[in-house]
Ligand binder design. Structure first.
Ligand SMILES: CC(C)(COP(=O)(O)OP(=O)(O)OC[C@H]1O[C@@H](n2cnc3c(N)ncnc32)[C@H](O)[C@@H]1OP(=O)(O)O)[C@@H](O)C(=O)NCCC(=O)NCCS
Length: 148
């Protein structure tokens, strides 16, 4: 897989002081039903910075541990990029950081979210199923995707 992220994107594990910027991005991206602070900090979180300011984040959790190098499984729960900083490789950089953890990755994405589906496909994810009425606000089918 080729990396197209711009050189100044820096991805690292999130820290407590990042929460305010993450909340702002979450609310800008998901105005219908944004996650609250408790939800954002409950799982593993990576942030992407440009000029030392958080521009996006990715939240994931372990589903199956990576015992003895067998791989394990993880799920991407949330991915969001500041609307003013899109199409600059920030989400791709976050996904590559997550992919670098190893193992099989799963995620769900709204049927109508063409931008995210395009992103995931460009990073190698494939559709493995659909879940009707998975989302609320508004109700919508989820596409289930897997990498590896
Ligand atoms: C989806 C989202 C995370 C993409 O973030 P981003 O930083 O702009 O994405 P990138 O710049 O890394 O894009 C990488 C690739 O993804 C695809 N892509 C990203 N946005 C796209 C769009 N609006 N339309 C079509 N393809 C898109 C393209 O293949 C792109 O490569 P290219 O720029 O060379 O064409 C961002 O639009 C976002 O935060 N959306 C709202 C929240 C959301 O939908 N999260 C996902 C929930 S499952």
């Amino acid at each position: 897989m080729t990396t197209k992220c711009i050189s100044s994107v820096h991805v690292r594990a999130a820290r407590q002081p990042d929460l305010e910027e993450m909340l702002g991005i979450e609310q800008a991206c998901f105005s219908n039903a944004p996650w609250d602070a408790e939800s954002l900090t409950r799982y593993d979180c990576a942030v992407a910075e440009i000029d030392c300011i958080v521009r996006g984040f990715l939240i994931s959790r372990e589903l199956v541990p990576n015992y003895e190098g067998l791989g394990g499984e993880r799920e991407i729960l949330n991915l969001a990029v500041n609307p003013r900083w899109r199409r600059q490789g920030i989400a791709r950089a976050l996904l590559e950081y997550e992919i670098g953890r190893g193992g099989t990755l799963f995620l769900e994405v709204r049927n109508s979210n063409a931008a995210a589906q395009s992103l995931y496909k460009s990073c190698g994810f494939i559709e493995i199923g659909r879940r009707d009425d998975y989302y609320q606000s508004p109700s919508e089918t989820a596409i289930v995707m897997r990498l590896k």
